[in-house]
Design a protein around this ligand. Structure first.
Ligand SMILES: [Zn+2]
Length: 286
């Protein structure tokens, strides 16, 4: 079987597909590790905004309360002045003085009615601001709870992602070690330049990486399975999907099963090691 060129070709493709699967998962985890602190920063910035809004609202409430107190004092003061004037009215010595005192009292009463209206408007505004503060406070409280939950989960998620990446790193080394150097070189070359994935299937003559039809001559070569062919459009390494279905699948399944079993046992052993590693890392962090 080793002498069969198609068998060797398919084995290389399979090894690359294994490598691709490992890389797919690594990309997702690395993205997660990159996003977690960003999401945390976003929540913290929202929290700061709330704190700032609450500060402004508290300042506004203080100002309104001061105004309210001043108006209350003024209304009270005027009322007692009016009361005094009324009692003085009896002591007016002549009509002229009496009218003068009446006018003064009228003015004071008019002023107090205006102040009273102002006081009503101010009380309404104060209530409105209090309601708004309560609403913002409730939202801020909810966000703070979300933030705390996130802070707890980010540690766990980061540790889990890092642990999984360590395992994947070892799986990657292992997968790389079985791919022939020139083939691995092509894989890495493409990986560094083109967005994931690196190796793609060709279904009904269409590259599943760029969804463009492969020219017939190249598709013929791909079906022969003699050498690894790149998609002429997107440059990704390609393989014919039919090589991995039906009879062809059975033809390679032995090697695949062996490889899977090896990876699995290695993963279990590494996982045990990594749990220890993470435990040590965790204690170091604190
Ligand atoms: Zn393509």
């Amino acid at each position: 079987m080793e002498d069969n060129p198609l068998s060797m070709y398919l084995e290389q493709i399979e090894q690359l597909v294994v490598l691709q699967k490992v890389d797919d998962e690594i990309i997702v985890l690395e993205q997660e590790l990159e996003n977690l602190p960003k999401e945390l920063a976003d929540l913290e910035s929202q929290n700061d905004d709330f704190d700032h809004r609450l500060e402004l609202l508290a300042d506004k409430l203080d100002i309104l309360k001061t105004q309210q107190k001043r108006l209350n004092d003024e209304v009270e003061d005027n009322a007692s002045k009016i009361k005094k004037s009324k009692s003085k009215l009896m002591m007016a010595e002549n009509t002229r003085e009496y009218h003068a005192m009446m006018r003064e009292m009228d003015n004071m009463e008019k002023l107090n009615r205006t102040r009273e209206e102002e006081r009503i408007a101010l009380t309404e505004e104060l209530e409105r601001q209090k309601d708004l503060s309560a609403e913002v406070e409730a939202q801020a409280k909810e966000l703070k709870e979300t933030l705390e939950t996130y802070k707890t989960s980010i540690k766990k998620r980061t540790a889990a992602a890092k642990k999984r990446l360590t395992i994947l790193g070892k799986q990657r080394d292992k997968a790389c070690s079985v791919v022939p150097k020139p083939v691995l070189g092509r894989y890495e070359f493409i990986r560094a330049r083109i967005s994931n994935p690196v190796i793609v299937s060709v279904i009904d003559g269409v590259c599943s990486g760029c969804h463009i039809l492969i020219p017939p001559q190249i598709f013929n070569d791909l079906q022969k399975g003699e050498q690894i062919i790149s998609c002429p459009n997107c440059q990704r390494l390609s393989y014919w999907c039919e090589h991995f279905s039906g009879e062809e699948k059975a033809f390679t399944s032995e090697g695949k099963a062996r490889e899977a079993a090896e990876l699995k046992s290695a993963e279990a052993a590494e996982a045990a090691e990594d749990i220890e590693d993470v435990a040590i890392d965790d204690s170091g962090d604190k």
